[in-house]
Design a protein around this ligand. Structure first.
Ligand code: ADP
Ligand code: MG
Length: 250
């Protein structure tokens, strides 16, 4: 699905991602953990094509195509989705219109017809219970006045609507109470299949108990310091990151 080779990324002339390598196959769920400031969001934003993150060297290949130079819109139309760590509010833009505009811009790039409004509304209504939101959220401005948990649920709603093949979820579980966490984890679980891949950034193993990931990677100073299975997340919970850092130095 996606192959990242020897990636170096600078933000504001500062090297953040260094010598980063990762391959995610179809159907796999990879978890990236790491201390604050280690570059997790930088990596997520770079894959999504955020213009502030500049690729100094290396390649990002998505479904066998080099995407380094593609705009975020083009990447989105190819099936890449980013759930933001800090979702932004857009006062004055109704959530349902936002979702419809998003899906239609993808369809436009793909030279497909626009969605039928009535059918679209019906589809989105059917998805609301999967993320634990009620219909009022469709008619409010995007994330405007939403609680932290509601914003994260709304990000997952966007994922369900846009049907990406590669979903990058940046701390979608942060700030959620245990019930909301279960709802979101279930939403992701139900969406998962053999053709869809996930890169999940998280600090907590709780989410992983629900999702049974294929791999867990630990990012330290912009590099993967250690990779393993879900047991790695458990070990981090118990021991923190210091032992990984020591290991890296040695
Ligand atoms: P993480 O998500 O692992 O906590 P980030 O990728 O957010 O880490 O940040 C890594 C480093 O890059 C930090 O030092 C942060 O200040 C810097 N950084 C990230 N994004 C920006 C930005 N848009 N402008 C300036 N510095 C940034
Ligand atoms: Mg982050």
């Amino acid at each position: 699905m996606i192959k990242i080779k020897n990636l170096m990324v600078e933000v504001e002339d500062k090297l953040i991602i260094n010598n980063f390598n990762l391959e995610v196959l179809k159907g796999e769920l990879h978890v990236i953990m790491g201390p604050n400031g280690s570059g997790k969001s930088t990596l997520a934003n770079t894959i999504a094509g955020h213009p502030k993150y500049s690729i100094k060297s290396g390649n990002i290949t998505y479904k066998k195509n080099l995407i380094n130079e593609l705009s975020p819109e083009e990447r989105s139309s190819l099936g890449i989705f980013l759930s933001l760590q800090y979702p932004i509010s857009i006062p004055g833009v109704k959530n349902i219109y936002f979702l419809k505009a998003a899906i239609n811009s993808i369809r436009k790039i793909k030279k497909q017809n626009e969605v039928d409004t009535a059918e679209f509304l019906k589809m989105v209504r059917g998805m609301l219970p999967l993320v634990g939101l009620d219909e009022s959220f469709l008619h409010r401005s995007v994330n405007d006045g939403f609680s932290g948990g509601e914003k994260k649920r709304n990000e997952i709603l966007q994922m369900l609507v846009l049907e990406p093949e590669l979903s990058i979820l940046d701390e979608t579980d942060s700030g959620l109470d245990i019930d909301a966490l279960k709802i979101i984890a279930n939403g992701i679980k139900n969406y998962r299949n053999d053709n869809r891949s996930f890169i999940l950034i998280t600090h907590y193993h709780r989410m992983l108990d629900f999702l049974s990931p294929d791999y867990v990677h630990i990012l330290i100073d912009g590099e993967i310091a250690l990779s393993g299975g879900p047991e790695l997340a458990q070990k981090l919970e118990e021991k923190g990151y210091s032992w990984v850092k020591e290991k890296k130095v040695n």
